[in-house]
Write a protein that binds this ligand. Structure first.
Ligand code: PLP
Length: 219
């Protein structure tokens, strides 16, 4: 029997090991994905020192994170799920990093809200590397131009790319594609890798990995 804090330590050790194996001198950030878990499940992980968390639904995050943030003011919250334009206001207010910009309308809404609220979450573009119909993200072939439009038309400082490879494929080529697109688009951050493949993602240059079930248990 293990608990979330023990599993957190195991994931941390694996991240360090993978980074060393890959001769990575830079740090890899662990985003602990707490979706579906309530504040009582999250608090021990905060007490163990974890400060970066990911949520995939704006509404669910609004229900639990404002109180946790009051208790742990230095935490960092990432939105890793699809963003509807009618939730841009709430997303800007709550999140420190929004990883899922994937269309013009969202870029425009975020720009408007950031200006209105005077708050500037860090921003990533989500790429649908497997061109899956059911998955959010921009077409890889349009990514470089889209990042440019986000910057030049909407004034958004895009600093990263994010992707979720198809569940039934070897993730390596998808991670490699995301890394190549990041170089072409001149963005520095690469959010890729989940419970099943974060060590592979680190080999391919992930600067952050989004790990849920390996820490919190199955959903
Ligand atoms: C749920 C989720 C994760 C974490 O998945 P696990 O397999 O539980 O580690 C990572 N990224 C996104 C976008 C998710 O929605």
């Amino acid at each position: 029997m293990t608990n979330a804090v023990e599993r957190l330590e195991e994931v941390r050790a694996k991240i360090e090991h993978a980074a060393r194996d890959a001769n990575r001198a830079d740090a890899v950030t662990l985003v602990a994905v707490s979706k579906t878990f309530d504040a009582d499940a999250i608090r021990p992980v905060l007490d163990a020192g974890q400060r970066v968390f990911g949520e995939n639904r704006v509404q669910e995050a609004q229900g639990k994170w404002p109180a946790l943030r009051a208790a742990y003011p230095d935490l960092e919250l990432h939105l890793i799920g699809p963003l509807q334009s009618n939730k841009a206001k709430e997303a800007v207010a709550l999140f420190d990093v929004i990883e899922t910009i994937d269309r013009e309308k969202i870029a425009a809404e975020l720009a408007k809200e950031m200006k209105r609220q005077g708050k500037h979450p860090r921003l990533y573009v989500q790429v649908n590397t497997g061109l899956e119909d059911q998955k959010a993200g921009i077409d890889p072939r349009e990514t470089v131009a889209f990042v440019k439009r986000c910057r030049e038309t909407h004034g958004l400082a895009i600093e990263g790319l994010m992707a979720i490879p198809p569940a039934d494929e070897n993730p390596g080529p998808h991670f490699a594609l995301l890394e190549k697109l990041a170089r072409e688009a001149r963005v520095e951050k690469l959010s890729m890798g989940m419970s099943g493949d974060f060590e592979t993602a680190i080999q391919f240059g992930a600067t952050s990995v989004r790990v849920g079930s390996a820490i919190f248990g199955s959903r």
